[in-house]
Design a protein around this ligand. Structure first.
Ligand SMILES: [Zn+2]
Ligand SMILES: [Zn+2]
Length: 127
């Protein structure tokens, strides 16, 4: 266990993340405007319509969860309201923290919380 090394990697990552977030904030403005031009102002999940001030609640979701993937034809974008967008991401967060995303798998592995310690061993035997 080399926690020290991990900590250093972490600091490094923080800088990268900070930079990426700056860039992302810039890009977000651009691709959001673009997505709103291409798509009707309707949440793709719940079907609510948005206009005027409430348009702020309509956000751009990346289908492959890669915010750097912004094809100009909008094929990676989906307009989702804040609530549906939140839902979409809370389903993915566990998987995301552990590496590769599997958007189509439909269920996340029980990674962070273990109600029964024995369950881990059971799962291990199964898979
Ligand atoms: Zn919605
Ligand atoms: Zn999203």
């Amino acid at each position: 266990m080399s926690t020290e090394k991990k900590q250093r990697d972490f600091d490094n990552q923080d800088q990268i993340v900070a930079e990426a977030q700056r860039n992302r904030a810039q890009r977000e403005k651009t691709y959001r405007a673009q997505a709103l031009k291409i798509y009707p102002w309707i949440c793709a999940r719940c079907g609510r319509e948005f206009s005027g001030k409430r348009l702020r609640e309509l956000t751009v979701h990346h289908k492959d969860h890669n915010h750097n993937n912004n094809p100009p034809d909008g094929s990676n974008w989906e307009l989702l309201c804040l609530y549906c967008h939140d839902n979409e991401h809370s389903r993915q967060q566990v998987a995301g923290a552990h590496g590769k995303l599997t958007p189509s798998s439909g269920h996340a592995p029980p990674a962070t919380y273990k109600p029964f310690a024995d369950l881990k061993d059971l799962l291990k035997d199964k898979t």
